[in-house]
Every structure is written in structure tokens, then in C-alpha cells.
Design a protein around this ligand. Structure first.
Ligand code: SF4
Ligand code: SF4
Length: 550
């Protein structure tokens, strides 16, 4: 075994990648990510103590959420990024430890090596990195809970960073992230303590998504019902993927009047729903579909591609687009140009991407037509009367939350079949990449309400929760679980973990999670989730359909 990672749904054999990631992550990068996590925990042990004395280090706050984000599945494959971050992290740990002493604080009583290990040469990093990973927690239930919390924190960190880029911060999130990271090193915490911390992670997940919702809507307006063009124009284009709307804004501004068109890919599709972006005439629409289709779709796109977050699929050796890949923010790929962060609130400089686009051919048309989206909470609440009437009259029998992720594995055809087989008096509520499994199907509408209501990115699952809470109020119910809503959610990576924990915190029960349950759940932890929250996996479409509709 040269590495161990089981943080995503595609983990090898459902139990763990041990030689190389199914995602393409090499063992040295996986181990360096483990080492970075170890160092982040060490910093957090001290910063949590310093915060009790009223001291806050803004550089550490950013370093922690940014570091967590870089270790998310498919975000950053660049070994040197992790070496640099470990080195910087050790400096920051020393600084916060000295500050704690200077403030008259006591050094925390911890036996955890992350608070004390030090190395000043890179060779020692490699050696150390193989011994500090997930399996260094021996008890499988404690390991399972610690990792579930950690993966939730990674997802939370991603949303926090996007909000931060839009000048929205909540110090409570930083406080919690660091306190929880430190807690994952604390051997005195029992499994029950960690279950409670897992739910608390969900609480902060709700706050993180609410913060990002505020950040996005304050700056770009509320998403509105939009027909998104999926065909192409005649100009060369730039394709932008990921979640970062500030990068989208900078790119649209810098490409205006250049003769270059802008298209979204995959996770960035919901940018089409925001009023502030719709005004740009050269913002043509969305090209292609889900993140895992990028090997084919980037070939035919012909122009440069900008990753503002995950998911990056490593290009094949004979790919013709490798030199057209650019990354920014937490994303990184060895050999690809990384666009640096903005300085003092200015714009990022995308001029190199624009110059490259001018030399490229226009995209090849791979499909034509439109898809519809923009059903975030503000828009849906405006339609509330219509929706409530449809429910009361029986025109809508049930809602199905089919939010979450998409992925490469053929088992996910389940979600297409499920959407196709749903009775015509049901409506799908979605957010995230899972929508690509059914958002181009002719599923029709109910009294003018489309049968697929897409709220946006996975963080917009917050919108789905707001909508559910609004319906609970309108129907005067005591419990969110009394609503005619079933949850059949697909997961892939750690942002989906924080969404799941947020739903559990909100009291949502009986969520079905697929295509497989997380490999990081030990049998005992899985049992707790089943008994306390009614979490279940999926079976065949027909079996599940029967269960949900009864
Ligand atoms: S992120 Fe997923 S696919 Fe990649 S190494 Fe980890 S478990 Fe394997
Ligand atoms: S929906 Fe899932 S796969 Fe898509 S960006 Fe969110 S967490 Fe990642």
C-alpha cells in the first residue's frame, strides 16, 4: 500500500485507493495531502487556544480553509503546491504557538504529533507523509467519525472560500473549522462526542451555504428562471468550470469587446441564471455536460478552459487540449498555467487565456437547444402560490430531491432511469452535478411548473432547504419530514458530504444515498446513521420507486 484515500464515492472497490487514485491522484500527492491535513490540525490546536484569549490570526484562517479546499477530490494534483503549503503551514504553526505563549496562554496538553513535528527538508516530508494519514487512527469507528467530520470541513471550506472571494466572511466558521480539526486529534473524545460534532459540522454547513448564498445573490442578484443555450456561436470561446462566481465576473468583464465568447461547463452552468451575468452578450451559454465528460468535450471545444475549482480529470497522454488548461484558486494541475490570486481586491489577470482564445477555432457544436434552470429559493418562493395550489389540487403528488453529484460509474444510469420512470405528477428538485443525468430529458411540466426545478450548484442545496422550510410553514406542518418530499441523493465528493450533514442537522430523515454508501462509514457508524436518521442506500429503480411512492 503506497497511499490510502477513501474520501470520495469512486474510491477503489468502495473501500480505498491504495496505489493510485481512481481520480488520477498519484500516491505522492495523496500522501502530501495527508501531511498538509496533519499540519493544519497542528496549527488548529494552537489557534483554538489563542482564540480563547481573544486572538485571531486572519492569515491562519485563510490558510486553513484554503488548505482544506486544495485536498478535495479532483481539485489540485500539483505536488509542489502541497510541499509549499506544508512548509508555510509549519511556519504559521510556530508563529501561532509563540503568540499563544506571548499572550500568557498555556500550551494545550496534547500528545498529538501534529502539534510538535517539525522538518526543514523536503525529503523528510515524503517520509513523514506516509505515516500520518487516515489509517493512523487505529479504531475504525473513531476513524470513520473523524474522517466524516474532516470531509464535511473540506466541503465547508470550499463554500467558505467562494464567499470570502466575494468579501463575505463569518468568523464563527473559521472558529468552528479549527476547533473541529483540533478535536479530530483528541483521543479523549468518545464516539458519542464525535457523533455530536458531526451534527455540529452540519449546523455550520447550513451557515456556510447561507453565507455563500448571501455572497452570490448580494453581488449578482437572485437567480431567475432562465433558458440556457446549449449550442454554440461563431467566435472562439473560453470555457469556465467550477464554482467561483467572482472569477466568472472577472472573465466576463475582461473578454467583453474582444471577440471571444464565454461558455460555462458543468459546475458553472448555474452562473447562467444570475441577472448580473445575463447582461453580457458574449456569454453564450453552457457547453457540454457533467465534469467527467471533459475528456471528449474539451477536445471539441477548441478553446482554453479555466478551472476555478474541482473537478479536474487528468487529460489522457494523447489529449490535444492539455496546453489549453488553466487553473486558479484552489485548483491546480502540474504543467498547467495557474492564474494568481487577485491583489488588494482587484481583478485576476486572465489576459493570457484571452490571447490564447484568439488563436483558437470556435467550438464544435455537439448539441443544440436549451435547458431551463434558475429555481433557487427566491424564484421558487415567488411561485409558491402556484406550487401550493398544484399540491392541494393533487396535480403534484410528490417532490423528489435528486440533488448531489454526478460521476463516471455506470451505476449512475440509475438516476436517469429513475427520473424517466417517475410518475408525471411528481417534480424533481435538484442542485449540483446530478442534474446532468436527467436535465435534458423531455420530462414536461405540471400546469406550467417544469418537472425538473434546478436550484443551481451543490451549495444551492441551501435553496432546497429554504424551499422545504417555506412549504412546511405554508402547509402548517410541525415537522419537515411530513412534507410530500422524498430524498434520493447522489454523492461523489466532500462538498456533498457537508450538504448531507447540513440536511441531517436540519432534521431531514430517510435520505437515500447512492450510488453506494460512503466507504469511510464503518459498519457501526453506518448503523448509527440508519437508526438515528433513516439513511439508506439505493436498490433497483423499480424497488425504490415502489418504496418512495408508497
Ligand atoms: S479522492 Fe477518491 S478516487 Fe481520488 S484517491 Fe481519494 S478516494 Fe480515490
Ligand atoms: S455536485 Fe458533487 S460533484 Fe458537483 S461540484 Fe458539488 S460536490 Fe462536486
Amino acid at each position: 500500500m503506497s497511499m490510502f484515500c477513501y474520501q470520495c464515492q469512486e474510491t477503489a472497490k468502495g473501500t480505498g485507493c491504495t496505489i493510485k487514485g481512481v481520480c488520477g491522484k498519484t500516491s505522492d500527492v495523496a500522501n502530501l495531502q495527508d501531511l498538509l491535513m496533519f499540519v493544519l490540525k497542528g496549527i488548529s490546536i494552537y489557534s483554538t487556544e489563542a482564540r480563547k484569549l481573544g486572538y485571531e490570526d486572519r492569515e491562519i484562517n485563510k490558510f486553513i480553509f484554503d488548505g482544506l479546499f486544495t485536498t478535495i477530490t479532483n481539485a489540485n494534483f500539483d505536488r509542489q503546491v502541497f510541499v509549499n503549503r506544508v512548509r508555510k503551514g509549519l511556519e504559521l504553526r510556530k508563529r501561532i504557538k509563540n503568540k499563544l505563549l506571548e499572550l500568557g496562554g498555556k500550551l494545550p496538553v496534547t500528545s498529538h504529533e501534529s502539534a510538535t513535528w517539525f522538518a526543514d527538508d523536503e525529503a523528510a516530508f515524503e517520509e513523514k507523509s506516509t505515516s500520518v494519514g487516515v489509517l493512523s487512527t487505529k479504531n475504525e469507528d473513531i476513524r470513520s467519525l473523524r474522517e466524516m467530520i474532516t470531509y464535511g470541513l473540506k466541503g465547508l471550506a470550499a463554500y467558505t472560500e467562494h464567499a470570502f472571494n466575494l468579501d463575505q466572511e463569518n468568523p464563527e466558521l473559521y472558529n468552528f473549522m479549527q476547533r473541529a480539526l483540533a478535536a479530530t486529534t483528541d483521543d479523549s473524545l468518545s464516539a458519542d462526542d464525535l457523533v455530536a460534532l458531526t451534527l455540529e459540522t452540519g449546523k455550520y454547513g447550513v451557515e456556510g451555504m447561507a453565507l455563500l448564498d448571501k455572497a452570490n445573490t448580494t453581488r449578482y442578484g437572485n437567480p431567475e428562471i432562465t433558458k440556457v443555450n446549449i449550442g454554440v456561436g461563431k467566435n472562439p470561446g473560453i470555457l469556465i468550470s467550477g464554482h467561483d462566481l467572482r472569477d466568472m465576473e472577472d472573465l466576463l468583464k475582461q473578454t467583453e469587446g474582444t471577440g471571444i465568447d464565454v461558455y460555462t461547463h458543468s459546475e458553472m452552468l448555474p452562473a447562467n441564471y444570475y441577472p448580473a451575468f445575463k447582461k453580457y452578450k458574449h456569454f453564450v451559454g453552457n457547453y457540454g455536460s457533467s465534469w467527467w465528460k471533459q475528456k471528449e468535450e474539451f477536445e471539441t471545444f477548441n478553446g482554453p478552459v479555466l478551472f476555478t475549482t474541482n473537478c479536474i480529470v487528468p487529460p489522457s497522454k494523447n489529449a490535444t487540449y492539455t496546453h489549453r488548461i488553466f487553473t486558479t484558486g484552489a485548483a491546480g494541475y502540474p504543467g498547467s498555467k495557474h492564474i494568481p490570486d487577485r491583489i488588494n481586491g482587484g481583478m485576476k489577470d486572465f489576459s493570457e487565456i484571452i490571447e490564447m482564445a484568439k488563436t483558437c477555432k470556435p467550438p464544435v457544436e455537439i448539441e443544440k437547444g436549451e435547458i431551463i434552470g434558475g429555481f433557487a429559493h427566491n424564484q421558487v418562493i415567488q411561485l409558491a402560490d402556484k406550487i401550493v395550489d398544484a399540491v392541494k389540487s393533487g396535480a403534484i403528488r410528490k417532490f423528489f430531491v435528486m440533488a448531489g453529484c454526478d460521476g463516471r460509474f455506470k451505476e449512475r444510469a440509475y438516476y436517469t432511469e429513475f427520473a424517466e420512470k417517475l410518475p408525471k405528477d411528481t417534480v424533481i428538485l435538484t442542485a449540483g452535478c446530478a442534474k446532468y443525468r436527467y436535465n435534458k430529458l423531455p420530462l414536461g411540466d405540471i400546469n406550467g411548473i417544469p418537472r425538473v426545478l434546478d436550484a443551481g450548484q451543490c451549495n444551492d442545496s441551501y435553496s432546497l432547504a429554504v424551499i422545504a422550510l417555506k412549504l412546511k410553514e405554508v402547509f402548517e406542518l410541525n415537522d419537515i419530514n411530513e412534507l410530500p418530499i422524498a430524498y434520493n441523493i447522489a454523492w461523489y465528493e466532500q462538498k456533498a458530504v457537508i450538504v448531507l450533514l447540513a440536511l441531517l442537522y436540519l432534521g431531514v430523515k430517510n435520505i437515500h444515498l447512492g450510488p453506494t454508501l460512503p466507504g469511510f462509514l464503518s459498519p457501526n457508524v453506518a448503523k448509527v446513521l440508519v437508526e438515528k436518521f433513516g439513511i439508506a442506500g439505493i436498490k433497483t429503480v423499480d424497488e425504490d420507486m415502489k418504496l418512495f411512492l408508497n
